[in-house]
Design a protein around this ligand. Structure first.
Ligand SMILES: *Cc1c(COP(=O)(O)O)cnc(C)c1O
Length: 377
């Protein structure tokens, strides 16, 4: 019988060690949003990200972005610069704070924030009397942005830099891990990410003082008093100690899973090598090391005999999931009234791109099914 089970874009892939840590949480009754698994997971992440970073686990990546913006001092009516080509969660917390996103186009090499458009935007906003409070740069699909240039622009204008590394745990630029370049970084452990705690995230900061402040806001902003005393508005954003146990187990297989995702990228590069008009997205320079969370392609339908939508539907017919690239936020109904700087680079990526199944648990058999359809189209 033909195997027709659904092949997903990216699904959870347990390593086996997770249950031990979950059982520990039950055995010791640490079924609360604090405890040894959280401490252990934060420790593992700090050792992995290096550069003496301090990390706090949160209930989601979105919560971590919200906390980063609060620590950056973003307030009502402030402006925050954000990469346009990304998931809406990168920008939603700007709105939570009553601040205003300013969107920036991508560049062709990494599909991430264009440094030229970024500087143009900063200069223009300053000239108009609104100096941006923060910059949110994203390493999309695991591909490191042109982060060195972006760091130097942020420094030049003294603007806080937040790295959205939700998709890029394990990616690096010149050997330095994504998430460790900015004033703050964030990670996500949602179900579809490179490692998962079913849902969760982390905030990466530079100092213990920042970490303590983040924990304060993430645990309802309780003042130092015997009774419940509050001088600021807090949030309930801490990770569960049970879920942190999954994270500890996942850390044991992270690098192995990155190697598998990178093999998927090679598989697609070989597959599309002789197919006209299709480019598989890859690292444009050896400085950029991608975890290839997802492998994506760009189709030039003047040269190929199919477009991204035709390929998506053909794959769907065989129960294989694929998806268009992130729709740029400046084109989203909920954000299209905000300023945008750049041209049509991210818009064209969205029009012509497709994300392909990229899980670290993609089997040989799955790859045969994918190959057969692509060859037939
Ligand atoms: C997944 C994701 C987020 C949000 O993370 P959650 O843990 O789902 O809240 C933010 N930014 C990007 C780019 C993402 O892919």
């Amino acid at each position: 019988m033909k195997n027709n089970t659904k092949i997903l874009l990216s699904s959870p892939h347990m390593g086996g060690g997770e249950k031990k840590y979950i059982n520990d949480a039950f055995d010791t009754n640490w079924v609360v949003p604090m405890g040894p698994n959280i401490d252990g997971f934060e420790d593992d992440l700090e050792k992995y990200i290096k550069n003496d970073k301090k990390i706090i686990c949160t209930s989601s990546g979105t919560a971590a972005i919200h906390l980063a913006l609060i620590l950056a001092g973003v307030k009502l009516y402030d402006e925050v610069i954000c990469q346009s080509m990304t998931f809406s969660a990168s920008a939603n917390p700007i709105i939570y704070l009553g601040a205003k996103p300013i969107f920036i186009d991508s560049e062709e090499d990494t599909w991430n924030m264009c440094p030229v458009a970024l500087e143009e935007a900063i200069v223009d906003r300053i000239n108009k009397g609104f100096k941006p409070k923060a910059i949110i740069v994203v390493h999309l699909y695991g591909m490191p942005a042109k982060i060195e240039t972006i760091v130097s622009i942020a420094k030049k204008y003294e603007i806080t830099l937040i790295e959205d590394s939700a998709e890029s745990l394990g990616s690096s630029f010149k050997g330095k891990k994504c998430g460790s370049f900015g004033d703050y970084g964030i990670l996500s452990f949602n179900g579809n990410k490179i490692i998962t705690t079913s849902g969760g995230g982390a905030l990466i900061c530079n100092t213990t003082e920042q970490k303590n402040k983040a924990v304060f806001f993430a645990t309802q902003a309780k003042d130092d008093a015997v009774h419940y005393q509050h001088s600021e508005i807090g949030y309930n954003y801490r990770m569960s100690n049970v879920l942190a146990g999954i994270g500890r187990g996942q850390m044991e297989v992270l690098d192995q899973h990155i190697a598998l995702r990178r093999e998927n990228n090679k598989f697609y590069q070989n597959l599309f090598e002789n197919i006209k008009g299709v480019k598989v997205f890859k690292e444009f320079s050896p400085d950029h090391f991608s975890n290839f969370w997802l492998t994506c392609i760009i189709i030039d339908n003047k040269k190929s005999n199919f477009d991204n939508e035709e390929l998506r539907i053909a794959l769907k017919g065989e129960n294989i999931e694929s998806r268009p690239l992130w729709k740029p936020l400046h084109l989203q109904p909920v954000f299209n009234t905000f300023e945008f700087y750049g041209s049509e680079i991210c818009e064209n990526l969205f029009k012509n791109g497709l994300c392909l199944p990229s899980g670290s648990n993609l089997s040989k058999e799955d790859k045969v099914r994918i190959s057969n359809i692509i060859k037939s189209i």
